[in-house]
Design a protein around this ligand. Structure first.
Ligand SMILES: *Cc1c(COP(=O)(O)O)cnc(C)c1O
Length: 369
């Protein structure tokens, strides 16, 4: 049990509503005796692909594996450069660095996603790919990013870990680029009860390679075409995810309702994440930008409202990124955002009175201090 009156996460209500279906799905797998790469994974893959408006989906162990496998399949390796953003979860850049390539970072725009206009200046003869991140469930400007990529003959991988169901101009994330990577971590909008991930693509070759690479490079029980990993999604998780996927549109609708309600109520006090034309955001995190953020956060925590910062230290200033040679003078929009962003509780099951409590403390902070 959380000690917060308004905790940052809330699974209880959401799970209770579908507990029976989840238990039945679990029991069916238990009784089947098939726990790895069976009919549940297969069915979830096809349902997930359809949901993302993509031709293929491949279940993997987590979102980081998804990025890692895709980068490998696309042939990216030592000496190559991959353009991504400093304003993301660490796994985006880490996946690039761990295959021996160099993450080249570009600043974000006011939407806190990759600014398409900043890509050109970062392209060198070594650049192979671009990884835009749909941060917080807001779609990156894929139309503009794809145009820059095609002009320069670069591959594009969407980091869609936070954005299942998000759309730009009516097209879902996961259907725009050469491949897309999703996380099914419990904090993501569609989640396993543990770890899970997905790769989507419209390219049959990439789909086949991912399916092989996640399973030891095996084409069948006897034949191994190339060295591979063990990065599979489990049958149990897939079965539970199929139940969850049927609820996702309803949960997204509720997240959006709560986000728009926060927007209206908080607008007088802080900068709110307003949806821009063409965007359909899914609010994996609801992030405001606030003056005196650290003070506000302590004040909220002190009054029983759990608020977090995603992410307090940008990737380029992490000790792990030292060898990339960036400094605090790089990426001014990212740096400025880091001192102002604050993630508020938002999830299906959050009540309006809990939401009002969050709003009232924020109002009181700015009125009284
Ligand atoms: C969560 C996340 C990942 C990693 O996913 P895991 O399933 O935790 O490995 C990668 N990128 C972003 C943007 C994320 O939010």
């Amino acid at each position: 049990m959380s000690t917060f009156r308004v905790p940052y996460t809330g699974f209880a209500l959401k799970n209770a509503a579908i507990k029976q279906e989840l238990m039945q799905a679990f029991e069916a797998v238990l009784d089947s005796g098939r726990y790895i790469l069976g009919s549940e994974v297969k069915a979830f893959e096809s349902e997930f692909a359809e949901y993302c408006q993509a031709k293929f989906a491949i279940g993997v162990a987590n979102g980081t594996c998804a990025l890692h496998l895709v980068l490998r399949e696309l042939g990216i390796s030592a000496g190559d450069e991959v353009i991504t953003v400093p304003n993301s979860f660490i796994a985006t850049a880490a996946s690039v660095a761990l295959i021996g390539a160099r993450p080249v970072l570009v600043d974000v725009g006011e939407d806190l996603n990759m600014a398409a206009g900043s890509i050109d200046a970062a392209i060198t003869p070594r650049t192979r790919a671009i990884i835009p991140v749909h941060l917080t469930g807001r779609p990156a400007r894929m139309d503009e990013i794809m145009a820059v990529a095609r002009q320069n003959n670069l591959l594009v991988i969407e980091d869609a870990a936070q954005a299942v169901g998000a759309e730009l101009h009516g097209k879902r994330v996961g259907a725009w680029a050469d491949a897309a990577c999703f996380s099914l971590h419990p904090l993501k909008n569609l989640h396993a009860f543990g770890d899970g991930g997905m790769v989507t693509t419209n390219n049959s070759d990439i789909a086949a390679k991912t399916a092989k690479l996640r399973n030891h490079g095996l084409v069948n029980r006897e034949q191994c075409d190339s060295w591979g990993f063990n990065c599979r999604l489990d049958e149990v998780q897939a079965a539970l995810l199929r139940v969850q996927l049927r609820q996702l549109d309803g949960w997204t609708k509720e997240r959006r309702r709560l986000a728009f309600r926060y927007n209206e109520l908080l607008k007088p006090y802080v900068q709110v994440p307003e949806e821009q034309p063409g965007e359909f955001c899914v609010y994996q995190t609801y992030v405001i930008q606030a003056e005196r953020r650290d003070e506000l956060r302590s004040y909220l925590v002190q009054h029983g409202v759990e608020a977090l910062v995603h992410y307090p230290v940008p990737i380029h200033l992490q000790p792990a990124a030292k060898e990339l040679g960036y400094t605090a003078k790089d990426f001014p929009i990212t740096i400025k955002a880091c001192s102002r962003i604050l993630s508020l509780p938002l999830y299906p099951g959050l009540t309006e009175s809990q939401q009002d409590e969050v709003v009232n403390w924020i109002a009181k902070f700015y009125q009284g201090n």
